[in-house]
Design a binder for this molecule. Structure first.
Ligand SMILES: [Fe+2]
Ligand SMILES: [Fe+2]
Length: 397
């Protein structure tokens, strides 16, 4: 059998539509879409023409056709079809080769592919199915069957598209509510310490700027920004008498204050019954809200809560880590947190002028701060100042 006659019988022609196929058009539900982009791949031009004509007669209007198998890959990228009708037996590349590539690609892995085949070989059919063929159409193509199979496949495609859209919408909603919860919790912790609640916003934005300057990708920068909002969440566990104290803390009080790091980490941990007994009622409610051991964002938040008071030279707390043993998210937050503490008014100090803040930061290079992170902070000095101004505390008294 030659390539020219392997698809259609000589009697097949673009003008020979069965009455049944035409009648089927009228049976199609009015909600059916006909603007799906359909790619027809066959090395025999007349076969392409016939299939296209059958489908056009059924109402479909958006076609891309190709007779050179070698062009299919680039055509797919350019046209993004919704469905491919694919001949199996072609010179150079077989339809199976194309199908294999399509299924391996991330973008088209789920595109429906209807195989047009005259072969009776069950071996080839099995291979096509194994490779992920959606369905088969026997040649010579019966127009009724062609239209029904295309219609059914596209209906399934529409259902999948709707499902994917709903999943995307739902995921976005969940993402938004998670971010809202993070902000609420961060503010809840902050209100006990600083009535404006803007410290966590500024610190998280400084962290994002520094992380961006250090070359982190956009998604990681976003996650770091969210996670940094919770760096002081452990202050929920610190008594007001210490948090609000205007005088210098006693050694014992300072020790209790330091426990906000480990308390913060604990809030993110899986909460066992044993742990729950150690949290007071409010804290365990907060922990239950955000507890999600599988979330990279909350793991990041946990690391930041624990390590944002560690120092580059090992003199920090609660563990006394030094250098690169301190997780980078903790090192970044340390720079952001200290700059904000210096440049803001606190119960125990006034806001320092900006140049004094920068000079204190510089003096702490290599002792408190990772020099590379401090460099990144200074390189983005303008952005840091913009954030400081834009999110400045508003004194309403
Ligand atoms: Fe802190
Ligand atoms: Fe802080």
């Amino acid at each position: 059998m030659t390539i020219l006659n392997k698809l259609f019988t000589p009697a097949a022609s673009i003008n020979t539509f069965s009455p049944q196929a035409i009648a089927n058009q009228d049976k199609m539900p009015s909600g059916d879409r006909y603007d799906w982009k359909i790619l027809i791949v066959d090395d025999v031009p007349v076969n392409v023409k016939v299939v296209k004509a059958y489908l056009a007669n059924a109402g479909y209007s958006n076609f891309v056709t190709e007779t050179e198998a070698a062009n299919v890959a680039s055509l797919l990228g350019k046209e993004s079809p919704d469905l491919m009708l694919l001949d199996i037996m072609m010179p150079e590349f077989s339809g199976l080769d194309i199908l294999r590539e399509v299924r391996a690609s991330e973008r088209f892995g789920h595109m429906p592919v209807l195989i047009l085949t005259s072969t009776e070989s069950s071996e080839i059919k099995r291979e096509a199915l194994e490779l992920g063929a959606t369905d088969f159409l026997a040649k010579p193509v019966d127009p009724d069957e062609l239209i029904l199979r295309v219609r059914n496949t596209l209906k399934l495609r529409e259902y999948q598209n709707n499902l994917e859209r709903k999943v995307r919408e739902r995921t976005a909603e969940l993402e938004h509510s998670r971010i809202d919860i993070i902000e609420c919790l961060a503010k809840a912790a902050e209100y006990r310490d600083n009535e404006t609640g803007r410290h966590v916003i500024r610190v998280s934005k400084y962290v994002a700027v520094i992380a961006d300057e250090l070359g982190f990708d956009e998604e990681t920068v976003f996650q770091l920004e969210q996670a940094a909002k919770l760096h002081d969440i452990g202050k929920i566990a610190i008594p007001d008498s210490i948090l609000q104290k205007a005088d210098l803390l006693t050694a014992d009080e300072y020790h209790i204050m330091q426990t906000h790091c480990s308390a913060g980490k604990k809030i993110f941990e899986s909460v066992s019954h044993e742990d729950r007994r150690h949290f007071n009622k409010h804290t365990s409610a907060g922990a239950a809200l955000i507890m999600n051991s599988g979330s990279p964002l909350l793991e990041m938040a946990s690391t930041i809560a624990l390590t944002h008071h560690e120092r580059w030279d090992g003199s920090g707390y609660p563990i006394g880590l030094s250098g690169e043993d301190i997780p980078i998210e903790g090192r970044i937050t340390a720079v952001a947190d200290v700059y904000d503490a210096l440049s803001s008014k606190r119960v125990y100090k006034p806001a320092f002028p900006r140049e004094k803040c920068f000079s204190i930061m510089e003096q702490s290079r290599g002792s408190h701060f990772d020099p590379a992170i401090l460099d990144a902070f200074f390189r983005r000095r303008k952005d840091i100042i913009d954030i400081q101004i834009h999110y400045a505390d508003i004194d309403l008294t």
